[in-house]
Design a protein around this ligand. Structure first.
Ligand SMILES: [Zn+2]
Length: 211
């Protein structure tokens, strides 16, 4: 195992600890993976184990068909959508799945993300909400793989969030921003509704950032 793989495993564990400590997932309710850059091999969190207490040797290495290349545990049951994303998006090297309560809760109520902040208006303006599919199935994997094209994240109805990035930092940032926006929208809704960024300002921002 190369030093680079050691680093990736350490980053995966750090990500799980960070997400768990902030209530974005329970100890058994989320998962994450990284593609070993330039290869068709993926390091993924194991199924069933308590994620904040993972050790480097618990991380599983799989190929794009979910076959275990290295590791003693089963890969996360959601390996289907992790590999479905990597097969379709060569620009993605990291996938994170959480059960973020505010983001998932807003979607449960049918609330789309509105342009309440710069990130909401530009980065996450059109996050798809996918109809419920049973977790851990190939069907869910294929639907996530198809719908992630052109997006940083998708929301799984009655379940949680899947975010992607060039690396783990980019993916975790999307999870964080989505939850931040959802909390803001929730508070605003409680007090009578959110003021949105005016459309002409959004156009200006898009021009400024060349989006
Ligand atoms: Zn889940």
């Amino acid at each position: 195992m190369s030093l680079e793989e050691d680093d990736l495993k350490a980053q995966l564990i750090k990500t799980m600890v960070s997400l768990h400590s902030r209530g974005l997932m329970t100890g058994v309710g989320g998962n994450a993976s990284v593609r070993i850059e330039g290869s068709d091999e993926v390091l993924i969190t194991p199924s069933g184990l308590y994620k904040p207490e993972l050790k480097p040797e618990d991380i599983v290495k799989i190929d794009m068909e979910g076959n275990v290349i290295e590791g003693i545990f089963k890969p996360s049951m959601e390996w289907y959508f992790h590999t479905a994303i990597y097969r379709r998006r060569r620009d993605v090297n990291s996938v994170i799945h959480t059960h973020s309560p505010y983001t998932t809760g807003m979607a449960l109520a049918g609330k789309k993300i509105e342009p309440i902040t710069l990130e909401a208006a530009v980065m996450l303006a059109d996050v798809p909400i996918l109809n419920f599919r049973y977790p851990g199935t190939k069907e869910l994997g294929e639907i996530v793989g198809e719908n992630i094209l052109g997006h940083r994240a998708v929301i799984l109805q009655n379940h949680g969030v899947v975010a992607v990035g060039y690396d783990l930092i980019e993916a975790i940032t999307t999870i964080e921003v989505l939850e931040e926006i959802s909390k803001m929208a929730f508070v605003a809704h409680f007090f009578g509704g959110a003021k949105l960024i005016p459309p002409d300002q959004i156009e200006l921002i898009k021009k400024l950032y060349k989006i």
